[in-house]
Design a protein around this ligand. Structure first.
Ligand SMILES: Cc1cc2nc3c(=O)[nH]c(=O)nc-3n(C[C@H](O)[C@H](O)[C@H](O)COP(=O)(O)O)c2cc1C
Length: 339
């Protein structure tokens, strides 16, 4: 069964550790009212023994927002999911795709794909603890388990324990020998395997992740899948999300880059007043706003230096805007006659 071509696909921004914290998500939400946002992976250990408030706090504008959990103890996962629901998250996402050594040592992330029965227990525990949607993000295979049968077995086990939605990073992961970064680049993308799962389980929500960097890819596959999760492109070229708003959601009220920058000044000011957030913690997420635009270099250069000076304030964003405009004007000024 294929999707109704006219129905809108779900678009989301991927969980990215060190990147998609609440400042980044606030910024993404300004650009994209329609995207679903995900937290970075938060481990059950961090939530249970760390500063829970700091990990879970988010702005109300970030809805719909999913909390991604990393862990493998069903009881801990259930407790953390419940806490997430109480904080107002709209979805609990269970990480079965992270290949890092640290995560493997804790017996969670991608290595859990080798233990579908245990994943089923975890999912059951989470589903019993909350009444918001529960989803899994996983790879399409790991190590030598690189077949549709392996993925199918994992999906059907999780489905039988109640999971109705999956985000499939369309490459397998090598658990030994490749770094997490290499594991996002070296194993080839295989969209056909993701589509085969959707074809076999039409009632499941199947979201494709991996290498979605242009509208054409979304348009090409949207009839066969329920949605697309965008990772690195949303970070390095965040205004791609505005293009998605315009083309996929027919949104005619998209904020300009400048309007977004101005809104981030206000946000940074409030953050500084309320929590003492240093400006550099916010500006590092907005470096890509002018990606491929004239003046991008001046914008980036300003934001890569001034926020790191002592006593820097949100004024650095104003300065970056000015620098961007000056450089843009220099590029577009007609050549003066010399006599
Ligand atoms: C810096 C960085 C951190 C990431 N952290 C996570 C994470 O915490 N949880 C997760 O499920 N995936 C994580 N990922 C993987 C992304 O969610 C995504 O699956 C991957 O980047 C492929 O999508 P893309 O090709 O659109 O970037 C991370 C990726 C990057 C680049």
């Amino acid at each position: 069964m294929t999707q109704d071509y006219n129905s809108k696909p779900e678009i989301s921004v991927a969980p990215m550790m060190g990147w998609t914290n609440k400042h980044c998500r606030y910024f993404h939400r300004l650009i994209s009212p329609n995207a679903r946002l995900y937290t970075e992976m938060i481990t059950t250990g961090a939530l249970l023994h760390g500063d829970t408030k700091r990990f879970l706090r988010f702005n109300s504008s970030e809805h719909p927002i999913a909390l991604q959990l990393g862990g493998s103890d069903p009881t801990d996962l259930a407790i953390c999911s419940k806490i997430g629901q109480e904080y107002g998250y709209d979805e609990i996402n269970f990480n079965c795709g992270c290949p890092s050594d640290r995560v493997q040592n804790g017996r969670f992330g991608a290595c859990l794909m080798k233990e579908p029965n245990h994943v089923a227990k975890c999912i059951k525990a989470i589903i019993n603890a909350v009444n918001i949607p529960v989803t899994i993000k996983c790879r399409i295979g790991i190590d030598e388990h690189d077949s549709i049968e392996f993925l199918d077995n994992f999906i059907s086990n999780s489905m039988n324990s109640g999971c109705k939605a999956f985000i499939l990073h369309a490459r397998k992961a090598w658990l030994n020998g490749l770094s997490p970064k290499q594991n996002r680049e070296i194993p080839p993308l295989n969209y056909e395997r993701v589509k085969a799962i959707k074809e076999k389980y039409p009632h499941l929500k199947i979201i494709l992740n991996g290498g979605v960097t242009n509208i054409k890819t979304i348009q090409e596959h949207q009839g066969n899948l329920d949605g697309f999760m965008i990772g690195r492109e949303a970070y390095s070229n965040p205004y791609f999300l505005a293009e998605i708003e315009r083309v996929i959601f027919n949104n005619t009220n998209i904020l300009s880059r400048e309007e977004i920058a101005l809104a981030m000044i206000q946000y940074a000011q409030k953050e500084a007043e309320k929590y003492g957030t240093p400006i550099k913690s916010i500006t590092r997420h907005i470096l890509g706003l002018y990606h491929h635009q004239s003046g991008a270099k001046a914008w980036k250069r300003t934001l890569s230096t001034l926020p790191y000076e002592e006593n820097a304030t949100c004024e650095v964003i104003e300065k970056a805007l000015k620098a961007q405009k000056n450089q843009q004007n220099l590029c577009t000024k007609p050549l003066q006659s010399v006599n």
